[in-house]
Ligand binder design. Structure first.
Ligand SMILES: Nc1ncnc2c1ncn2[C@@H]1O[C@H](COP(=O)(O)OP(=O)(O)OP(=O)(O)O)[C@@H](O)[C@H]1O
Ligand SMILES: [Mg+2]
Length: 251
């Protein structure tokens, strides 16, 4: 197993945000997590990347305990995170934003004198090609379309070459075409990385859910299964899919 989680619990001001009895992910598995607003999905990823400290529980990444480590230590272990809110630098070019993925690994002083080697340059172009941003490398990131910004963020995570990528709502606000391209990208990436994706768009979930889908409701694991099993599960319909905020067109 790449990731094993047991009895993970966190509460904010006495309210249980997450109470996850078990969760595991195999190497190069692509797992989709769905569930209503406030179900604890982002909180789960926050704990996995060290942003939030849980009250109790155990997380093993490739056999190594993760809890208690800092965000930097966890990133160095091989867990990369793309957040729900965009975090690219809008006044830098696409290339410069991608270069920062390498600078971030260095000290502030070392990063001031940092010069991209040919190897880094080649890697940036390779990843840019993979996410469809080769023609945009010199463009100012702030001028990219919404979808392109999301792909840039994914590219920055890919450049860190993590064994596990955590991706929160990549398709939110995207056009149908951009959403489909994002799905293809994630499926490509899952050949090399374990991936956990959180998403509300069910058409997108159907596209990428080749392995298991995990349903979280009120901090708890409601059910896990294939997309077909999940969509027909009465408990999932009652607590999530039947609600108005779920995007169910073509469903
Ligand atoms: N830093 C925090 N401080 C206090 N409460 C928080 C914090 N982060 C999350 N919560 C609460 O924890 C619960 C779970 O939130 P979380 O953001 O994980 O949900 P989510 O499943 O990602 O929802 P959404 O689909 O809307 O993104 C919510 O009740 C939220 O208000
Ligand atoms: Mg969230």
């Amino acid at each position: 197993m790449l990731l094993t989680v047991r009895d993970l619990s966190v509460s904010f001001g006495g309210v249980h945000a997450l109470n996850l009895s078990h969760f595991s992910l195999e190497d190069k598995e692509l797992r989709v997590i769905i569930g209503p607003n406030g179900a604890g999905k982002s909180t789960f990823l926050d704990i996995l990347c060290g942003k939030t400290k849980p009250n109790s529980g155990e997380v093993l990444f490739n056999g190594t305990p993760v809890l208690g480590k800092t965000e930097v230590e966890i990133a160095n272990l091989g867990i990369g995170r793309k957040f729900q809110k965009p975090s690219v630098f809008p006044s830098l070019t696409v290339y410069e934003n991608m270069l920062l993925a390498f600078k971030m690994k260095k000290s502030i002083l070392a990063s001031l004198f940092f010069k991209p080697t040919e190897e880094i340059d080649t890697r940036i172009r390779e990843v840019a090609a993979r996410v469809g941003l080769v023609k945009e490398l010199k463009k100012i990131a702030g001028e990219l379309s919404h979808g392109q910004k999301q792909w840039l963020e994914i590219a920055i995570v890919v450049l860190q070459d993590p064994r596990l990528m955590l991706i929160d709502e990549p398709a939110a606000g995207m056009s149908d075409e951009e959403t489909e391209k994002t799905g293809e990208l994630l499926m490509q990436l899952s050949k090399q990385h374990g991936i956990i994706v959180i998403e509300h768009d069910m058409k997108f979930v159907e596209q990428i859910a080749q392995d298991l889908v995990t349903v979280l409701v009120r901090g708890k694991l409601l059910v896990e299964g294939s997309f077909g099993e999940i969509r027909n599960d009465q408990r999932v319909i009652d607590s999530y899919l039947g609600r108005a905020n779920v995007q169910l067109e073509n469903f």
